[in-house]
Write a protein that binds this ligand. Structure first.
Ligand code: NAP
Length: 245
């Protein structure tokens, strides 16, 4: 049997390695968003499928026996396409989604919002020196509301033009607590903006914000497609795949 792993996350890379070790052929799929992606073991394809129709055509032609959607919790479009495509052609689908941060200590005190534009508005009321950790693709939602702030924005790849007062930090996780404290102290950040990505790679910024007494604005996750079985970890995903053979 061969498994299509929709990736772009640490969990997807881990899963691909674990399945290969178990003798299960895997094709990992990446969107091609970052210039130098961390590649999983095994076969990899890069680039969109061409919408839900293209993904369905791929499933038919490649003959995968199962799909694991291990994409980022905020990659809602590809998850919707996977749910539709797999249901249409009758291929079993599992969603591997790491738990969010809403149960962490202090999470009840964070400013939870439903989208990036709302996050920008709330951040504007909270600080003059925001630390934006929302990803390159979402920065446009912050540009107007925070153009007059001395924002520090951390992204993996060059975001192109940003407001002149903003400073861009090119870096990629995992990030350690000491380093996060240093970044926030140096920048004199007074509000942290993030999305509820979950996981441990980027969590230390939340601990740093708590230590420094900085308010946190968190964008809630988009809704997941209905009716798709979901597991929180790689171990459960491996068990699910093995149960299909
Ligand atoms: P998205 O909005 O859900 O997807 C937009 C389009 O990108 C999809 O319709 C699809 O194009 C293509 N695509 C997305 N993921 C793909 C994959 N794994 N393989 C092939 N095509 C894919 O996705 P996104 O939020 O831009 O995220 C893109 C990728 O970056 C995902 O793989 C995700 O795991 C990773 N990532 C995202 C974030 C985030 O914050 N969103 C953070 C870290 C990593 P077609 O319609 O042409 O098929």
């Amino acid at each position: 049997m061969s498994v299509l792993v929709l990736g772009g996350t640490a969990e997807a890379r881990d899963l691909a390695g674990r399945l290969l070790d178990a003798g299960v052929p895997v094709l990992s799929s990446l969107a091609g968003r970052v210039q130098r992606p961390r590649l999983p073991a095994g076969e990899v394809r890069i680039g969109g499928f061409g919408g839900a129709t293209g993904l369905r055509a791929h499933l038919v032609s490649a003959g995968h026996h199962a799909v694991v959607d291990a994409t980022h919790p905020f990659a809602a479009q590809i998850s919707a396409h996977a749910a539709l495509g797999c249901a249409t052609v009758g291929v079993p689908l599992l969603r591997l989604q790491r738990p969010g941060w809403s149960t962490l200590p202090g999470a009840a005190d964070w400013h939870w919002v439903d989208g990036h534009a709302e996050a920008a508005g709330v951040a504007a009321t909270l600080g003059a020196r925001p630390f934006l950790t929302v990803g390159r693709q979402s920065l446009g939602d912050f540009a107007e509301a925070l153009a007059d702030r001395d924002a520090l924005t951390r992204v993996v790849d060059d975001p192109g033009t940003v407001p002149t007062r903003w400073r861009v930090l090119l870096d990629r996780g995992p990030f350690a607590l000491d380093a996060e404290l240093e970044v926030m102290r140096q920048h004199r950040s007074d509000v942290l903006v993030t999305k509820d990505s979950g996981g441990s790679y980027t969590r230390p910024k939340l601990d740093a914000a708590a230590q420094l007494g900085i308010p946190v604005v968190v964008v809630r996750r988009p809704a997941a497609p209905h009716g798709v079985r979901t597991v929180p970890g790689v171990e459960q995903a491996v068990t699910w795949v093995r149960s299909l053979s």
